[in-house]
Design a protein around this ligand. Structure first.
Ligand code: ADP
Length: 884
C-alpha cells in the first residue's frame, strides 16, 4: 500500500486536474503467499466535465510480479559471474568494438576497468590481435560453423606484450543487431609447455637422426626402430631392417652370445653393460659393433633401446697393435738368441721360426747372395722355416738358386739399397710372377740383410693362403730383425778372424814357452854340472889359485842361474802364469832373512845394512813371502850394486785401510850413484838399464825392476823411485795385505826326528836309486850323494828303474823327469801302479823344468817332492834329510 499521504495527494490531483493515478499494491501484509495488485483510477466526469469521482480498476499482477522477480535474480547471478569470472568475457561488434567486457577480460589485456578498455579499444583487429588476419580467419570460421571453440591466437596487451589465448565465441542476434559473445582464456603457460615439449621432441628427433651412434629399438627380437646411422652402417633400408630379426644380421660366430645377452637382459638378469660383436653388412663386410642396451617400454610393452658404436676401425687398430706387439716380442727374443747363442746357424733358424710365427707367415727363408762368374748375383736359401701345412719348397730347384737376372733384377736393385719388396704376387710384373707363382706364393715380404755395409742377402716371408697386405710397421720391425741377423753374421766373421788370430797368438806363445822350457833345460843341465862340480871341487884340497878359480866358476854359475831364473820369472809373469801364494808370515823375520841373504855381498863392499819397522805395522801378514823376498832382495841387490859407500837401509811402514787390510810400504834407501832425471822413465821397463852403453860398469839383465813392478802390482801395490844423482836412490813399493796372527807351533821332537838326530851316520843305510840319463849329471849327482854319505845305484831311463826295483827294494828314487823312452812321470805312475803300498819308494823329482805347474805335474804323477836343477849340495842334503 502506498502511504496514505501520497495517495491522498494523488487523489487531490485527480480531483483538481483530472490526472489518472495508478499503482501497485501488495494486498497481504505477509510477503510470502501474498498477492500483488495493480490498480488504476481515472477521473469520472459529469456531463459538464466536472470531475465527480473516479473510476478505479484493480488487476491481480502476482504472477507477473513473480516472473519479474526471477528475471531480476537471474540477471543478478549473471552479473556476478560476469563481474567475478576469472575467464575473460566479452561482447563485441562486427565493426571491432566491444559492447561489454568483464573485469577479467580488461585485466587480461592490461586495462584497469572494462570501461577503460571499451573506451580505448576501437579496433579489436588492429589493437589486440598480433596478427590482424587472425580476426578475419576467426570470423570466417565463426560464420561457417556458427561458433568458435578453442580458437587459438596470439594477442597483445595494452603495453604491447604478447600472449596466447583460446577463444570461444557465438553469434548473437538481438535488439542491438548482430554481435559476438564469447570467452577468452590465457593459454600462454599451456602453450609454453607445449612448445617445450615440441622442442624437446625435436631435440630427441635430431639426436636420433644425427647421432653418430646407431640407435635401435628391439622388441620380441625384432627391429622396431632404427636411426639413419644404423641404416648407413648396415647398408639395408629402414623397411628391410624392420622386417627382420636382429639376430639375422649378427655374425654367425657371435649370434648365440648376442641372442643370449638380449634374452637375459629382457629377463632382468645381469648382462655386461657394454660388449662387442660382429655384424655382416649388406655388402657382406664384417663390422665390429659395441652395444649398450637398456630396457624400455615401447608401445606399452617391454623392449630394448640399443646404442651401437661402430668400432671396426678400433678393432682393426687393436689387431694391428696386437700383431705389432707379437712381432716385436718375436724380434726381441730373436735378437737375444742372435746375441747370445754361439751356434749361429741354430740362432738364425730359431730367428726365422720366431719371425715366421710372429708375423703369421707360411714360410720364412734366408737367401744368401753369391757372385757368379758372369758378374751376376745369385741368391740361394741358407736357412728356412716352413709351417707344417705350408707348401714346402724343399724340392723346388728354382728356389734353391734364385737368379736375380733377368727376371728379378728389380729385386737386386731395390734390396741392395736397403729397401724391402712387398706385396701381392698378382700385382708384380709379368716376369716376376712367372718366377714366383710356381712357388704358390700369394703375398710376400722381402727384407734385405746387410753385413758390414754390404748387401749380403735377404729374408723372405711368404703368405700362401691369403692376399695379405703387409703393414708398414711389420716391414720396419723386420728390418730391425734383419739388422740383428746381419750383425750376428758380421760378428761371426769377426769372431772367426779373432779366433784364428788368437790361435796364431796361442801357438806363438806356446812356441815361446816351449822355447823357454827347452832353453831352461838345456842351460840348466850343463849348469848343474858346473855348479855341482865346483861345489865338489871346493871340498877337495886345492891350491889358493885353484881355489880362486873354482870360486869364480861357482859364482859365474850362480849368476848365470839367476839370469835364467829372471828370464823364466819374467816370462811367467808376462804370460800370466805366475800365481801368488797366500800364507801367514812375520814381517820382522822376513826382513831379517832378506837382509841376511844380502849381508855377505854388502859386507864385501863394506856397506852397512839396517832396517826399521814402524810400530803401526802388523807383526804378521798374509801374503807370498817368497815373491815378496824376490822384490825386496832385487831392490837390495841393486842398492848394493850401485852403492860404493855408506848405508843401505830398509824401512817398513803401514797404513790401515778397511778392517784388517793394510797398505804396507817398503823403502830401500841407498847412498849410491843415483839415477839421472831424464832416465827415470826407463826404470821398471823390461830389458832396460839406465846405463846401456857397452862399456857399462854394472852387470844385469834389466829385468829385475820389471819383474818387481809386475809382482808388486799383483800384490795390489805400486813401485816407484826417488833419486838424486850421485847422492843416492830410494826405491819404494807398497802391497795390500791382511794382518794376521800366527799361533806359535809347539816344538815336538818326533820319533823320526829323534832317530835322525841319532842316525846322522846312517845315511849309508838309505837305499837310493838315481834315475838320470845325462852322463855328466849322473856323475855330478853321484859325487854329491857320495860326499853326503849316501850310497846310490843309477838307472839311465824308466825301463831301467822298473827293472832295478824288481831286483831289490829302494827307499828313495831321485827321478829325472826328462828321460828318453819312458820319462819320469810315466815311470812314477808305473811304479805306483805296480808295487804294493808297503814297498813303495819315495820319489823325488829332479827337473830342469822350473816352469809354473811343474811341481803340480810331479805331485799329480805320484811323486813325493821336487828338486830343481841345478841341484845344489845344500838343497840335496836338506831334501834327503827329510826322508832319512
Ligand atoms: P839390472 O839387472 O840391470 O839391475 P834392474 O831392472 O834391476 O836390472 O835395474 C834396471 C836399471 O835401473 C839398472 O841397470 C840401473 O841402471 C838402474 N838402477 C836400479 N836400481 C838402482 C839404484 N839403486 N841406483 C842406481 N840405479 C839403479
Amino acid at each position: 500500500m502506498k502511504p496514505d499521504a501520497k495517495i491522498e495527494a494523488e487523489y487531490r490531483n485527480l480531483q483538481r486536474d483530472g490526472a489518472s493515478i495508478s499503482g501497485e499494491a501488495q494486498i497481504s501484509s505477509s510477503r510470502q503467499g501474498g498477492s500483488y495488485t495493480w490498480s488504476k483510477a481515472s477521473p469520472l466526469y459529469d456531463t459538464s466535465g466536472q470531475i465527480i469521482g473516479a473510476i478505479e480498476s484493480i488487476h491481480d499482477i502476482t504472477e507477473h510480479k513473480q516472473i519479474e522477480e526471477d528475471l531480476r535474480r537471474s540477471r543478478e547471478k549473471y552479473h556476478n559471474i560476469f563481474e567475478n569470472s576469472i575467464m575473460g568475457i566479452y561482447q563485441s561488434l562486427q565493426d571491432g568494438r566491444y559492447i561489454n567486457v568483464n573485469p577479467a577480460f580488461a585485466r587480461l589485456f592490461g586495462y584497469d576497468t572494462p570501461k577503460e578498455l571499451i573506451a580505448s579499444v576501437t579496433d579489436i583487429r588492429l589493437q589486440l590481435y598480433v596478427n590482424p588476419l587472425d580476426r578475419d580467419r576467426a570470423i570466417k570460421t565463426l560464420f561457417e560453423q556458427g561458433f568458435l571453440e578453442g580458437f587459438e591466437l596470439e594477442v597483445q596487451r595494452r603495453d604491447g606484450t604478447r600472449f596466447w589465448v583460446s577463444m570461444n565465441t557465438i553469434i548473437v542476434q538481438d535488439e542491438f543487431g548482430t554481435h559476438y559473445d564469447g570467452t577468452v582464456e590465457d593459454i600462454t603457460k599451456r602453450k609454453d609447455a607445449e612448445d617445450a615439449l615440441r622442442s624437446s621432441e625435436e631435440k630427441y628427433r635430431l639426436l636420433f637422426e644425427n647421432a653418430n651412434e646407431s640407435i635401435l629399438v628391439a622388441q620380441d627380437s625384432r627391429i622396431k626402430f632404427v636411426n639413419p646411422k644404423f641404416i648407413k652402417v648396415m647398408g639395408y633400408s629402414d623397411t628391410e631392417l624392420k622386417s627382420r630379426q636382429f639376430a639375422e644380421f649378427v655374425h654367425p660366430d657371435d649370434r648365440e652370445m648376442v641372442v643370449d645377452n638380449h634374452l637375459r637382459r629382457v629377463r632382468g638378469e645381469n648382462v655386461p653393460q657394454l660388449y662387442a660383436f660382429r655384424i655382416i653388412d649388406r655388402d657382406g663386410a664384417i663390422k665390429w659393433l659395441e652395444i649398450s642396451s637398456v630396457l624400455i617400454v615401447w608401445d606399452e610393452r617391454p623392449a630394448t633401446l640399443n646404442f651401437l658404436a661402430d668400432i671396426t676401425e678400433r678393432k682393426q687398430t687393436e689387431e694391428e697393435l696386437n700383431r705389432k706387439n707379437i712381432l716385436l716380442g718375436g724380434v726381441a727374443v730373436a735378437t737375444n738368441i742372435l746375441l747370445t747363442e754361439t751356434d749361429l746357424n741354430y740362432a738364425i733358424n730359431q730367428t726365422l721360426e720366431l719371425l715366421g710365427r710372429a708375423i703369421d707367415a707360411d714360410r720364412a727363408y734366408i737367401f744368401e747372395n753369391h757372385e757368379l762368374e758372369t758378374g751376376w748375383y745369385l741368391a740361394s736359401i741358407s736357412h728356412k722355416w716352413e709351417r707344417n701345412f705350408a707348401i714346402s719348397e724343399k724340392g723346388n730347384p728354382d728356389l734353391q738358386d734364385l737368379k736375380y737376372h733377368p727376371a728379378l733384377s728389380r729385386w737386386y736393385d731395390v734390396l741392395s739399397i736397403g729397401h724391402s719388396i712387398k706385396g701381392l704376387i698378382q700385382e708384380f710384373s709379368e716376369s716376376e710372377r712367372a718366377e714366383l707363382e710356381p712357388q704358390n706364393i700369394k703375398s710376400l715380404l722381402a727384407i734385405p740383410i746387410a753385413v758390414e755395409g754390404q748387401f749380403w742377402g735377404f729374408i723372405r716371408l711368404d703368405d700362401c693362403h691369403s692376399e695379405r697386405l703387409w703393414m708398414g710397421i711389420e716391414g720396419a720391425i723386420l728390418q730391425a730383425a734383419a739388422a740383428s741377423i746381419g750383425g750376428a753374421i758380421a760378428r761371426r766373421h769377426i769372431e772367426d778372424e779373432l779366433r784364428s788370430a788368437k790361435e796364431n797368438a796361442e801357438s806363438a806363445t806356446k812356441a815361446k814357452s816351449d822355447f823357454l822350457a827347452n832353453m831352461s833345460h838345456e842351460i840348466r843341465t850343463p849348469l848343474n854340472a858346473i855348479i855341482g862340480l865346483s861345489d865338489l871341487l871346493q871340498g877337495t884340497d886345492l891350491t889358493q889359485e885353484q881355489c880362486n878359480c873354482v870360486e869364480t866358476i861357482r859364482r859365474s854359475g850362480d849368476s848365470l842361474l839367476s839370469v835364467i831364473n829372471d828370464i823364466l820369472d819374467f816370462s811367467k809373469v808376462d804370460s800370466g802364469k805366475l800365481e801368488l801364494e797366500l800364507r801367514p808370515f812375520y814381517l820382522k823375520e822376513f826382513v831379517e832373512a832378506s837382509l841376511n841373504l844380502m849381508r855377505p855381498i854388502a859386507s864385501k863392499k863394506c856397506l852397512d845394512l839396517s832396517y826399521t819397522i814402524d810400530e803401526t805395522t802388523p807383526d804378521a801378514i798374509m801374503g807370498d813371502p817368497g815373491r815378496l823376498q824376490q822384490i825386496l832382495t832385487n831392490l837390495l841387490s841393486n842398492a848394493i850394486k850401485f852403492t860404493d859407500r855408506g848405508t843401505i837401509s830398509v824401512s817398513i811402514s803401514s797404513q790401515k785401510l778397511d778392517g784388517i787390510c793394510h797398505r804396507i810400504c817398503f823403502q830401500v834407501k841407498d847412498t849410491g850413484i843415483g839415477i839421472p832425471e831424464n832416465k827415470m822413465d826407463r826404470l821398471f821397463q823390461s830389458f832396460t838399464q839406465v846405463d846401456s852403453s857397452t862399456t857399462r860398469r854394472y852387470g844385469g839383465t834389466g829385468l829385475g825392476l820389471a819383474i818387481s813392478k809386475r809382482l808388486v802390482e799383483m800384490m795390489g801395490g805400486q813401485i816407484w823411485a826417488e833419486t838424486e844423482l850421485h847422492k843416492g836412490s830410494t826405491f819404494c813399493f807398497t802391497i795390500l795385505a791382511d794382518a794376521t796372527f800366527i799361533v806359535p807351533a809347539r816344538i815336538i821332537i818326533s820319533e823320526k826326528q829323534k832317530d835322525n838326530e841319532i842316525g846322522k851316520d846312517r845315511n849309508q843305510f838309505l837305499r837310493i836309486l838315481l834315475a838320470e840319463d845325462n852322463a855328466v849329471n849322473q856323475m855330478v849327482m853321484e859325487k854329491m850323494l857320495k860326499k853326503l854319505g849316501y850310497h846310490v845305484d843309477v838307472a839311465a831311463n824308466g825301463e831301467e828303474v822298473l827293472h832295478s826295483l824288481e831286483l831289490k827294494p829302494y827307499d828313495l828314487i831321485l827321478m829325472d823327469v826328462q828321460m828318453p823312452e819312458m820319462d819320469g812321470f810315466e815311470t812314477t805312475r808305473a811304479i805306483r801302479r805296480r808295487w804294493a803300498s808297503a814297498d813303495q819308494p819315495k820319489i823325488i823329482a829332479i827337473t830342469a823344468h822350473a816352469l809354473e805347474g811343474d811341481r803340480e805335474k810331479c805331485l799329480d804323477a805320484g811323486m813325493d817332492d821336487y828338486l830343481s836343477k841345478p841341484v845344489k849340495m845344500a838343497d840335496l842334503d836338506e831334501m834327503l834329510a827329510k826322508y832319512r
